[in-house]
Design a protein around this ligand. Structure first.
Ligand code: FAD
Length: 413
C-alpha cells in the first residue's frame, strides 16, 4: 500500500537529497526520497565550507547541525616546505557566514536526513533506483525495496542526488569524461593525539590543513580535525606516482606523511587504524545537467576535485537552486532548465574549476604561499575558499581565470 506516484522523487539521501527534500516539502510539494543504504553510512567529504550554512538554515536544519557537536571550522591553512599560510574565513570579501563545521559524514548525513523526515518528508531506506523511463511530463522509476522486490513509482520530476552512484548519468547515458587528469586519494581516520598548545609547529585545530608534498607540488594532503580527538587524513596524487610506493594503502599513507616534515611533526603521536581506504577516478562530468524530466544535483552532475572541499557546498547549492526552480515550475511558470538551473549552478562550479586547475598548474599555489599578500586580494580569494563562488561582485569570481593569471604573474616576480 505504498504510494505509487508523487510530484518529485529524489534519488539518494546525502546532503543534496535531504536538503532538496526539505526545501520542496516547505513549499507543500509532495516528495519521496529513495536511499539505497541504511544510515549512518560512511561517506568521504568531511570538511564543509561556510557558504553552505545559509542553505542548511533555509532547510530549517541549522539547529540540529549546531546541536550535533561537530568540530568548528573557521578557515583553511596551507603548508608547503617551510611556508605556512592561514585564511580566516571571517576576513573575506563576500558577506555571509564565516564559520562552519568539519563533520563525520555518517553522522552529519543522518542528522540532515532525520531532520527532513521530522519535517514530514517520506524517506525510504534500502530502496534502490534501478531504471527510469522518461515520458512526456512524467517519469516512471523501477525501484527495488528492502526485500529486493521491484515496484514502479511515477513522478512529475526526478532529482538525482545519488552522488558517486551517478544513477541517471549511467541509466540515461549522460556520462562525459572530466577534463581533469585522474587522481587517487588514500585516506583514513587517525586518533591524532595533537596537543594544540604544545605543538612544535604552527597548527590550528579550527582549520583544515592542506599540506603540499615538499618535492612534488601536485601531491597534497588533507588533515581534517574532528571534535572527538580524531582527524580525517588523506593524500591525493596521480595514480602512477602513488604506484611506486607499493600497494598497501595504509603503508603508503604513512610513508607519505613521513615525507612531509610539517605533517609528520603534527601527527608524531597519532594512532593509525589497521587499514586505509582508497578512491580514484572520481572527477566526472555529464553531457546535460537537467531536462524537463530531471535535474542532477551535487556529485551526480559534475565533480571536480577535493582540494577546496567544495563538494558538499556545490551539492547543497544545487539542491537550493533546483528546489527554487521546481517550486516555480509547480506554480505554473514555464521553465528553461538550462537557463534557470544549469547556468546559475555553473557560475560557482566554473569558479572552483579555475582554482582547482590553478592549484595543479602552480598558479594558485604561487598566490597562496606568497609571503606578502595584498590584503584585499587575499579577502577575495578567501571568499572563494569559503565557498562564496557564486558571488559575481567578487572580481575573482566574475573574471576568475584572468584575475588569477594576473595575480599569479605578479606574485611570481
Ligand atoms: P552523496 O553524499 O554521495 O549521497 C548520495 C546518496 O545516494 C548515498 O547515500 C547513496 O547511498 C545514495 N544512492 C546511490 N545510488 C543510489 C540508488 N541507485 N538508489 C538510491 N540511492 C542511491 N566534499 C566536501 O564538501 N568536503 C570535503 O572535504 C571533501 N573531500 C572529498 C575527498 C575526496 C577524496 C573525494 C573523492 C570527495 C570529497 N568531497 C568533499 C566531495 C563529497 O564527497 C561529495 O561532493 C558529496 O558527498 C556529494 O554529496 P551528494 O549529496 O551529491 O551525494
Amino acid at each position: 500500500n505504498q504510494k505509487q506516484r508523487t510530484q518529485v522523487v529524489i534519488i539518494g539521501a546525502g546532503p543534496s537529497g535531504s536538503v532538496a527534500a526539505a526545501l520542496l516539502h516547505q513549499q507543500q510539494i509532495d516528495v519521496i526520497v529513495l536511499e539505497k543504504s541504511t544510515f549512518p553510512r560512511f561517506s568521504i567529504g568531511e570538511s564543509l565550507l561556510p557558504a553552505c550554512m545559509a542553505v542548511i538554515e533555509q532547510a530549517n536544519m541549522l539547529d540540529a547541525v549546531t546541536a550535533a557537536g561537530f568540530q568548528l571550522k573557521d578557515g583553511a591553512a596551507f603548508r608547503y616546505q617551510d611556508r605556512y599560510t592561514a585564511f580566516d574565513f571571517n576576513d573575506k570579501f563576500t558577506p555571509g557566514a564565516g564559520t562552519t563545521y568539519q563533520v563525520q559524514r555518517g553522522h552529519f548525513d543522518k542528522v540532515l536526513a532525520d531532520e527532513a523526515v521530522a519535517q514530514g518528508v517520506e524517506l525510504r531506506y534500502e530502496h534502490t533506483v534501478e531504471a527510469i523511463e522518461c515520458l512526456e511530463g512524467k517519469s516512471i522509476l523501477t525501484v527495488t525495496d528492502e526485500q529486493q522486490q521491484p515496484y514502479m513509482l511515477e513522478a512529475d520530476f526526478v532529482l538525482d542526488a545519488s552522488g558517486f552512484g551517478r544513477v541517471l548519468p549511467q541509466l540515461l547515458d549522460l556520462e562525459k569524461p572530466s577534463h581533469l587528469p585522474p587522481r587517487q586519494a588514500i585516506f583514513c581516520h587517525v586518533t591524532d593525539h595533537i596537543d594544540s598548545n604544545h605543538c612544535k609547529i604552527e597548527y590550528d585545530r579550527n582549520k583544515i590543513l592542506i599540506s603540499v608534498h615538499p618535492h612534488s607540488a601536485d601531491v597534497w594532503y588533507w588533515l581534517i580535525p574532528f571534535s572527538n580527538g580524531t582527524c580525517s587524513l588523506g593524500v591525493v596524487a596521480p595514480p602512477q606516482w602513488l604506484a611506486s610506493y607499493g600497494d598497501d594503502p595504509l603503508a603508503v599513507l604513512k610513508k607519505l606523511v613521513n615525507e612531509e616534515p610539517g605533517l609528520a611533526t603534527i601527527l608524531a603521536d597519532a594512532q593509525y587504524p589497521t587499514s586505509a581506504a582508497t578512491i580514484s577516478g572520481y572527477s566526472a562530468n555529464v553531457t546535460q545537467l537537467a531536462t524537463a524530466n530531471y535535474a542532477l544535483l551535487g556529485n551526480a552532475g559534475e565533480f571536480l576535485d577535493p582540494v577546496f572541499s567544495s563538494g558538499v557546498t556545490i551539492a547543497m547549492k544545487s539542491a537550493q537552486l533546483a528546489a527554487g526552480v521546481l517550486t516555480r515550475a509547480f506554480a505554473g511558470e514555464s521553465i528553461d532548465w538550462q537557463r534557470d538551473y544549469a547556468e546559475p549552478l555553473m557560475v560557482g562550479v566554473d569558479t572552483f574549476r579555475t582554482y582547482v586547475e590553478g592549484w595543479y598548474s602552480g598558479e594558485l599555489q604561487t598566490v597562496i604561499f606568497h609571503s606578502n599578500p595584498d590584503p584585499k586580494i587575499k579577502q577575495m580569494i578567501c571568499a572563494i575558499l569559503a565557498g562564496y563562488a557564486w558571488d559575481t561582485n567578487n572580481p575573482f569570481v566574475a573574471q576568475s581565470q584572468r584575475r588569477l593569471a594576473v595575480v599569479a604573474a605578479l606574485c611570481a616576480d
